[in-house]
Design a protein around this ligand. Structure first.
Ligand SMILES: Cc1cc2nc3c(=O)[nH]c(=O)nc-3n(C[C@H](O)[C@H](O)[C@H](O)COP(=O)(O)OP(=O)(O)OC[C@H]3O[C@@H](n4cnc5c(N)ncnc54)[C@H](O)[C@@H]3O)c2cc1C
Length: 381
């Protein structure tokens, strides 16, 4: 089940691997220093169809299934995580609501531009008072004629300063709350009453921007409701569930890269007259890194296969996200250790991966929340 890829996915995998190695990697250090992704890399990604991997072919995308997406995101995870974040937030949590839940009108209007990478997408659930407890939203939407008037503030929204279309969650019935009182809207960056607030300074993910969204009597046409009015919380859970599999896949790709870099350094670096790779202490670290990464890959692919089989994937997606992000952090830590001082300085990519790994345990639901979800499912039996 895990080894036989469809020929077209295998071909795209090779193409993305080459693109990452030959085109993106040489600019990783520049992205890090300038906190900016060179425009030509974005144009190349558009040409390769990377912005459309999750969008159906009828709207101009590549329409990969969940396994296909996982395979491609794994390859992307091998390079600069800030660069990958731009694409994966767009193709994952930014697009899934429109692709899976929106009306034909919304799909026709927005998906072709998103597939081409001309319209960048973002997903806006988190708020200052609603992080892990996403049911505690304060952003409100009130119906007035054929429009909704949205007021509130979102924060930490990936792609916000560069995005054109936002899937935004707002309270439409306070009494019902998460049980029928939250609605998802497609909001364009130019809708009146919508502005982008402060851009965050972060520990890592350079070149990927997160910022506040501020809605002040923002007018949203009724036709821009995604899915059913009141069903937004369930939509958010579905979108995040699939997003977690993508996050896990990226983490696995980053681990692969760190293992290769560490093995190669261990063979080259000599101390006490021999390569450090000759020491069992180093070999054991590499063995653990490789074993845990392989286990994370299997969990991720299992969850992706279940999505493609139409199965409920809440528990498995959480397991994949929890395990792969923890493994990414452990692998990055060991990679720093194997590189010694070189692992700590910015001349080498290791310290960048180490910083970028940290966020994977926090966003798209913290790992404590993943454990809560998994435990609930286990206890349900
Ligand atoms: C770089 C970055 C990008 C992001 N991108 C997006 C985005 O595109 N869209 C979006 O909507 N959001 C985004 N987020 C927000 C992210 O999803 C939240 O930060 C995350 O869900 C955690 O919420 P919080 O920061 O409010 O932490 P809190 O919820 O305040 O949690 C703080 C700590 O308490 C723990 N905790 C909370 N409740 C419990 C509990 N019941 N049991 C045990 N432990 C608990 C948490 O696990 C955590 O360790 C992003 C955040 C960052 C930093």
């Amino acid at each position: 089940m895990f080894t036989q890829l469809k020929p077209e996915i295998d071909q795209m995998k090779q193409m993305v691997r080459n693109y990452v190695e030959r085109e993106v990697e040489p600019y990783a250090q520049q992205i890090e220093e300038e906190d900016k992704i060179p425009q030509h890399l974005i144009e190349q990604a558009k040409e390769l169809g990377l912005f459309g991997i999750s969008i159906p072919e009828e709207y101009g995308g590549i329409g990969l299934n969940a396994v296909g997406k996982a395979v491609i995101l794994e390859q992307l995870g091998r390079t600069h995580n800030g660069f990958v974040s731009l694409i994966s937030a767009h193709t994952g949590i930014g697009s899934t609501g429109l692709v899976k839940l929106a009306s034909p009108y919304l799909k026709d209007k927005y998906l072709p531009g998103m597939a081409a990478g001309e319209k960048i997408a973002a997903f806006a659930l988190s708020e200052p008072a609603a992080g892990s407890d996403a049911t505690n939203l304060e952003t409100r939407a009130v119906k007035r004629g054929d429009k909704w008037i949205v007021n509130g503030t979102k924060h930490f929204i990936t792609n916000a300063p560069v995005a054109d279309v936002f899937t935004v969650f707002a309270l439409t019935d306070k009494e019902k709350g998460a049980k029928g009182g939250i609605t998802a809207f497609l909001i364009e960056k130019d809708f009146p009453g919508f502005t982008i607030g402060k851009i965050d300074k972060k520990m890592g993910l350079r070149g990927s921007y997160t910022a506040q969204l501020i809605f002040e009597d923002c007018e949203v046409p009724d036709v821009n409701v995604i899915g059913e009015v009141g069903m937004g919380y369930l939509s958010a859970l579905k979108i995040l569930g699939e997003g977690r599999v993508g996050l896990a896949a990226r983490a696995v790709g980053s681990c692969d890269k760190l293992i290769e870099l560490s093995a190669s350094y261990a063979k080259e670096r000599k101390q006490f007259g021999k390569p450090i790779a000759d020491n069992q202490a180093i070999q054991w670290m590499l063995a653990d890194m490789a074993t845990e990464t392989e286990a994370a890959r299997m969990l991720t692919l299992k969850a992706a296969h279940m999505i493609d089989d139409g199965k409920k994937v809440i528990k498995e997606a959480s397991m994949a996200k929890l395990f792969a992000s923890d493994v990414f952090n452990r692998v990055a830590d060991k990679a720093v250790q194997i590189h010694g001082g070189m692992g700590y300085v910015a001349d080498y990519p290791i310290e960048r991966f180490y910083r970028d790994a940290r966020i994977t345990k926090i966003y798209e639901g913290t790992n404590e929340i993943q454990r809560l979800i998994i435990a609930r499912k286990v206890l349900e039996g």
